[in-house]
Write a protein that binds this ligand. Structure first.
Ligand code: RIB
Ligand code: NA
Length: 323
């Protein structure tokens, strides 16, 4: 089996309430309800597929309606779904979205928490045949570590989206990734946890490039760090010895100008599109992949929903956007 992007991670049934503002503790408010597919892993697989990559998704599903939905939607979108059958219910998420498109999420991991290293080991051929393996941290950290280690050993490009912020991680895990993609909150959490640097998440975007670069280097040494900063854009930091086709070790890329109505899954859109681009045109300068992923992510915020909001790019669209 061979595939250009393999995503390992979570699937959730998202239950979404759209409200004027996010509820304060103790408050009862009304919102417009909808439900749809989500989970960071699934969203990223949909994004990679719609960004034009041959994609497979490895996950754990319950024996219930949510699990059946995941299988149907993957088949409709045209990517492979390889699921470990779990006796736990399929993952769920409760999401509140405010009038400005910002969100608060609570997840019920369910089956996602049962994705086993044994099952991952059974997918060795798939993982080692990929161009890019993309993972997040809504699945057990040992399982994610096993996926990265298998891919790394085979020389496959590894991308770790360090989300959510409170997920356990180790320095060893971060070092198994060629690229890590924290948002500002996750970046601050990783710095506090792993290198004893206290930085407020709200201050990250305002730090000067040299300071951000130094913090990134302290965190991962050799790897590339892409800090996603929402509407501000993205900060990229490479190790001097591996600029990934770029000419500068660090730089910023501005965000797309969009009318965001729902930012749920925007980070996932970015990660899936980045992985797809890295797999499709491996030798392009890294900055081009980042610009492509930014545009893809920007478009995803103009529609409601997580997986359902991912735009669709033909190979020709993708080529034009990267140019
Ligand atoms: O990143 C957005 C996703 O986070 C949602 O789809 C929700 O399921 C949670 O996993
Ligand atoms: Na969206």
């Amino acid at each position: 089996m061979s595939s250009s992007v393999v995503v390992v991670g979570s699937f959730n049934v998202d239950h979404v309430w759209r409200c004027e503002s996010l509820p304060a503790p103790g408050a009862t408010i009304a919102g417009r309800y909808s439900t749809g597919p989500g989970g960071k892993g699934f969203n990223q697989a949909v994004a990679a597929c719609r960004a034009g990559a041959d994609t497979h998704f490895v996950c754990a599903l319950g024996d219930d309606a949510g699990g059946a939905t995941a299988r149907e939607l993957a088949a409709q979108d045209g990517f492979g779904l390889i699921a470990e059958a779990s006796s736990e219910p399929t993952g769920t998420a409760g999401i509140y979205v405010d009038a400005r498109g910002r969100n608060t999420i609570v997840i019920g991991p369910g089956a996602n928490a049962a994705l086993s290293t044994d099952f991952l080991q059974q997918q060795q051929a798939l993982l080692t045949g990929a161009k890019v393996v993309l993972v997040q941290l809504e699945s057990p950290v040992q399982t994610i570590e096993a996926a990265l280690a298998t891919a790394r050993e085979a020389g496959v490009t590894t991308v770790l989206n360090t989300a959510p912020a409170d997920a356990p991680s180790t320095i060893g895990l971060l070092k198994l990734a060629d690229v890590i993609t924290p948002n500002e909150t996750e970046f601050a959490a990783l710095l506090g946890r792993h290198v004893g640097e206290r930085v407020d998440a709200n201050d990250v975007a305002a730090l000067d490039g040299a300071s951000l670069h130094a913090l990134c280097r302290k965190l991962v040494g050799n790897g590339t760090v892409v800090v996603t900063l929402g509407s501000v854009g993205v900060f990229v930091s490479h190790a001097d010895e591996n600029l990934r086709g770029d000419t500068q070790p660090y730089y910023r890329v501005g965000a797309e100008q969009v009318q965001a109505i729902d930012t749920t899954g925007a980070g996932d859109a970015f990660n899936g599109a980045l992985a797809a681009s890295l797999a499709q045109v491996a030798d392009a300068p890294f900055a081009r992949h980042v610009r492509f992923a930014n545009q893809f992510a920007g478009r995803s915020t103009e529609k409601e929903g997580a997986a359902a909001a991912m735009p669709r790019f033909t190979p020709a669209d993708a080529e034009a956007l990267r140019a």
